[in-house]
Design a protein around this ligand. Structure first.
Ligand code: SF4
Ligand code: SF4
Length: 156
């Protein structure tokens, strides 16, 4: 549900309460923007990444391939406070409770790989083909996926 006030109009306690209610979702992962896959090896690397516990990859409506590590920040307390609130990194300060993944429009995942089989299934279902050097011979298929012609989205 959207908040009725802007973050600037809220007291720190009000902001904290909103974040507590959401379970401090944005303190529970790190993510990193990846290069677009261009060949068989890139997809094989995707398989390798998602073989690791709590590591996933998604492609979002913002047009980014993202590597996601679901791991909570060491500064998050059991009662969902930030141990270093006054000294928290810029990345954390940039989160506005009206724009974040819990309350904002947010990006959605168009493609999501949680395990290696998801990568294999994606290649098979989308009909992505490789030449003998492993280069994608029908890159237009990937472009169509990225344009989200199916209008499918997943929870990130
Ligand atoms: S900024 Fe948004 S996603 Fe992050 S903890 Fe607060 S309500 Fe949750
Ligand atoms: S430093 Fe604080 S605000 Fe930033 S992710 Fe960690 S617990 Fe959350």
């Amino acid at each position: 549900m959207r908040n009725t006030k802007s973050q600037e109009e809220m007291t720190p306690e009000e902001v904290l309460e909103i974040c507590r209610k959401c379970g401090a979702r944005c303190c529970r992962y790190v993510s990193y923007e990846m290069d677009e896959p261009e060949n068989k090896r890139d997809f094989d690397d995707f398989r390798w990444f998602v073989m690791h516990k709590n590591v996933n990859i998604y492609y979002d409506t913002d047009g980014d391939w993202v590597l996601e590590f679901l791991t909570p920040c060491e500064n998050l307390t059991a009662d969902l406070k930030c141990k270093i609130h006054e000294n928290r990194p810029m990345m954390c300060r940039g989160h506005d409770v009206n724009e974040c993944e819990e309350h904002g429009e947010g990006e959605l995942a168009i493609v999501r790989f949680d395990k290696p089989e998801d990568v294999d299934k994606f290649i098979k279902e989308k009909g992505i083909k490789f030449d003998n050097d492993g280069n994608i011979i029908n890159p237009e298929v990937l472009k169509m996926v990225e344009k989200n012609d199916d209008n499918k989205t997943f929870t990130k």
